[in-house]
Design a protein. Sequence first.
Length: 292
Amino acid sequence: MKRSGQAPLASTELPRTAYRSVPAVVDVQSQLAAAIEHHSDDPDFVTALARGLGVMMALSEKRRPMSIAQVSHITGIPRAAARRSLHTLAKLGFAAMDDANLFYLRPRILSLSHSYLSASPLAMLSQPILDKLGEEIGESCSLAVLDSDEIVYLARSSGSRVISPSLNVGRRIPAYCTSIGRILLAHLPDPELEHYLENARLQAYTEHTVTDRTELRDILLEARANGYAYSREQIEMRVCSLAVPVRDTSGQYVAGISVLLQGRPISAQEAASKYFHPMNAAANDLGHLLMM
């Protein structure tokens, strides 16, 4: 793929000294506002439903009880509409209100993700393969898919040691600073990749996070050529990962498998020489099980 000759867009990166320790992976207000505006001319688009889902996303992302005013502020939804959404979610058993009039999610919300994971061939078929791979290489392994500008973890090896909570099943992480995200971005069609590079919001989570678009493009092109992607201390210090892509029987890149390496940072070459072949074999085994 030829590199774009256009000048880089104005930077949206944080100052290199302003690092974030926990990825703010969901900007509920901007996503919700953009979705509602995009579908404003669609007579079948239910704005009230979109707002209700936005409220659920806000409660999920903040992971703490919130007042009506806080939910309204985070989502950009008018206070009266936020109150009705919270009231409805509480009546349906997905949320509840404590003695301080703060709202929080209830366990019933898990039924939504459970339904998806139970019906997902990727999640079901990958589990025994991840377990076997984790046992073979003695490290924690995960599977994730690309969803817009983020990756979503669908499974991890059951024998995994305690790892970062940011890698739990269901967690969303910006794609540019993860090995799985990088290998899946690398295999996007060229126009989609260029659109991503021009529009992605790149933030620094550690002093090593790559936020320069030209550098990121080079990393992705290298990953495409190598067949694997490497991430070193991009989200957390002393945490590295190597990822390979999973292709279904039609040749589509549908997911990525990664190994998490904690402790002493190692080079991409060292990680690839040790883990690439068993990981690639596992990815091929999973791909052969995925029908078109």
